[in-house]
Design a protein around this ligand. Structure first.
Ligand code: RIB
Ligand code: CA
Length: 307
């Protein structure tokens, strides 16, 4: 089956892993990328998305998205995790192309209307552009095939005890996305933090696929150094964003629970994704368990098949 996927992204090192996976996977047609703040500013995210498209040598349109959250004051970017320019210590990479003139939320709506019931949205950053697309044209809810989100998680967090970064960076947008009458699959920390990469994995990718694997290996060094500060100096990192893409190509690797969801938008627990008691909210799929070895193998073999 060929999945038509539109990735909304804040590249970002694990975002680069996700984009290369999608571009190389034979069952994914990566129809576009939209950009958002989070790991870096939207300006840098847009350049970086074009860098990734040009590295894989595919004509993937990139539309620039929102620069700030819907309501809250922006949090600082996660440069301490992904580096000042988003790809570790790499300086800004040269690009040939440019972003579309169309803003991200309009591009999302147009792609859904031009491909009714075919587009899978895969947001791997804050959900601002997705909420703006819904506000711009609520009819997309019945025309999108699926929304597979890297974000959130039940009873877990990474920026606070309660909140995951993508939801925390725009909790109001995430709550609007969970409130809409469409089907969402959450690939959150419950599963993504179970999938771990080591320095030897990135070295292996560079040997097997010098251009794309080499890019990931270079970028990942900073990411591994950051994770070492969290894990008693052990250099290993979570495969957050690629896991959401693998939930599209290989759903059998995951177990699913269904819950109506909401997001806490103020106070100590701001950014927490939780069960909703609101009877008007539709149930969504939350991925709870994962065959982490199978997911990692799937990622490695796909990137190894690159160049
Ligand atoms: O919490 C992990 C998520 O936050 C990933 O999408 C990562 O790229 C950052 O945006
Ligand atoms: Ca991301």
């Amino acid at each position: 089956m060929l999945h038509k996927v539109l990735i909304d992204t804040d590249p970002g090192i694990d975002d680069a892993m996700a984009v290369f996976y999608a571009a190389l996977h034979p069952e994914i047609d990566l129809v576009g990328m939209t950009t958002v703040f989070g790991n870096v500013t939207t300006e840098i995210a847009t350049r970086n998305a074009i860098v990734l498209a040009e590295r894989v040598g595919q004509n993937i349109p990139v539309a620039k998205g929102a620069a700030v959250p819907l309501v809250q004051t922006p949090n600082p970017v996660s440069d301490f995790v992904h580096g000042t320019e988003g790809f570790g210590t790499m300086p800004p990479q040269p690009i040939q192309g440019r972003a579309l003139d169309e803003p991200a939320h309009e591009f999302i709506c147009r792609m859904i209307h031009e491909n009714p019931n075919e587009i899978i949205l895969c947001p791997v950053g804050p959900l601002t552009n997705i909420a703006l697309a819904l506000r711009h044209d609520p009819s997309i809810a019945s025309k999108v095939k699926d929304i597979v989100i890297m974000g959130g998680g039940l009873d877990c967090g990474n920026v606070t005890e309660y909140a995951e970064a993508n939801i925390w960076n725009d909790p109001h947008a995430a709550d609007e996305v969970f409130a809409a009458d469409w089907s969402v699959t959450v690939a959150g920390l419950n599963v993504t933090s179970q999938v771990v990469c080591y320095p030897s994995d990135f070295e292996h990718l560079e040997q097997a696929s010098p251009v794309l694997g080499g890019f990931l290996n270079e970028a990942a060094q900073f990411y591994l150094d950051f994770y070492a500060t969290l894990h008693e100096q052990k250099r290993c990192c979570h495969m957050h964003d690629p896991t959401a893409l693998i939930a599209i190509t290989d759903p059998a690797y995951f177990s699913v629970a269904t819950h109506a969801l909401e997001v806490i938008v103020e106070g100590e627990r701001i950014g927490q994704m939780k069960h909703s008691e609101n009877p008007d909210r539709k149930e969504h799929k939350v991925l709870m368990k994962v065959d982490s070895e199978a997911v990692k193998k799937q990622f490695m073999s796909t990137i190894e098949g690159g160049f």
